[in-house]
Ligand binder design. Structure first.
Ligand code: XIL
Length: 341
């Protein structure tokens, strides 16, 4: 049994891939992906600043290889992401005129979503457009186009990607009731304006202690009640403290030598390994309970060595947030998740 076979009939299980995993540089991880997962998300190569860094300039090589990898292994292929304030091309940030920005948006979405029409199965059309209180986040898109950019993006994506492609709104901290309500509000508005939104991605960047299973569950229910497919899109569980929680923003610049900078450089103690396994077990138990509504669970990275959490929110730490260790071995968390089935 593998992750994809164990959860077949409930939801697909996937991972975010970096270029080495789909361009033949990291064949061990690629083999693991082919064995365990039936859906993939590109960690970076389809972000605006990567695929379309200058107006009219497109880097297709890596995204083409990504999509080919997914097709070779019969996977549900996700596109991430068409409209996001971060990792955005500089030229877009300089546009101040609404008509010009709308034109640039259309050009980008037509080119990228259009190229993979019929090959990419679902798109994160808009990523992280909300503040924690549920209001619209400040960005070039909201500054210049107001809330209408959301409807514009979904309509453009539908036109470019075609009627068969699923379209999603994706964000983090969606367990937070204010943010969740904000997401439902903007999705309803996009729908009232004639846009199609099929599902919502709850990025699962969690820690050992939070958010609670209960708050995650309330959001799964609320999104399902709003008529949305629910996806857990960027699952990882940090085992390291968030330095800002501990020391506050003022002293956040230099963590070198502090006790929480890198508490487990030589490996995870058994007690923490077990806590991670229990946390993953609790999460997957919840996902199984709601598998009528949850269509996909995607981990943000293949093995611990790949995880962005080794470098975020501060660089130079060693984190252990995934189901496979740095040698692609199955961790206790993997065994406990599999034991649920
Ligand atoms: C991260 C990638 O994992 C990193 O490699 C990159 O340097 C920054 O972005 N939310 C998202 C993802 O939607 O695209 C982010 O991915 C993690 C947070």
């Amino acid at each position: 049994p593998t992750l994809k076979s164990a959860f077949a009939g409930h939801f697909t299980v996937g991972a975010a891939l970096g270029a080495p995993q789909f361009t033949g540089q990291d064949t061990a991880a690629a083999q693991l992906v082919a064995r365990e997962y039936n859906t993939i998300t590109p960690e970076n190569v389809l972000k605006w600043g990567e695929v379309n860094p200058e107006r009219g300039v497109y880097n297709w090589e890596a995204p083409d290889a990504y999509v080919q990898f997914g097709e070779d292994h019969n996977m549900f292929i996700v596109g991430h992401t068409l409209v996001w304030h971060s990792q955005l091309a500089e030229y877009v940030k300089e546009i101040k005129d609404p008509e010009l920005l709308r034109a640039a948006l259309k050009e980008h979405i037509d080119a990228v979503a259009g190229r993979y029409q019929g090959r990419i199965d679902g798109w994160d059309v808009v990523n992280e457009a909300l503040n924690e209180d549920g209001t619209l986040r400040k960005s070039v898109f909201s500054d210049v186009l107001g809330e209408d950019f959301l409807t514009d993006a979904f309509k453009m994506a539908e036109e470019a990607a075609g009627p068969e492609t699923e379209l999603y709104y994706n964000d983090y901290n969606m367990w937070n009731a204010d943010k969740r309500n904000g997401a439902i509000r903007i999705i309803n508005k996009i729908r009232e304006n004639g846009g199609r939104v099929d599902g919502v991605g709850m990025q699962g960047h969690y820690s050992l202690s939070g958010p609670s299973i209960d708050t995650i569950e309330q959001s799964i229910r609320a999104f399902a009640d709003a008529g949305l497919k629910v996806m857990i899109t960027e699952l990882d569980v940090t085992v390291l403290p968030n330095p800002w929680d501990l020391v506050g923003a003022e002293v956040s610049q230099n963590f070198e030598g502090s006790p929480f900078m890198n508490p487990y450089p030589e490996g995870l103690p058994d007690s923490v390994q077990t806590a991670l396994a229990v946390r993953y077990e609790d999460l997957f138990r919840l996902f199984l309970k709601h598998s009528d509504d949850i269509t996909r669970v995607t981990l943000w990275g293949v093995n611990d060595g790949h995880s962005w959490l080794n470098g975020w929110p501060i660089r130079g730490r060693t984190n252990y947030p995934l189901l496979f260790d740095r040698q692609n071995g199955k961790k206790l968390a993997y065994e406990r998740v599999m034991a649920l089935k």
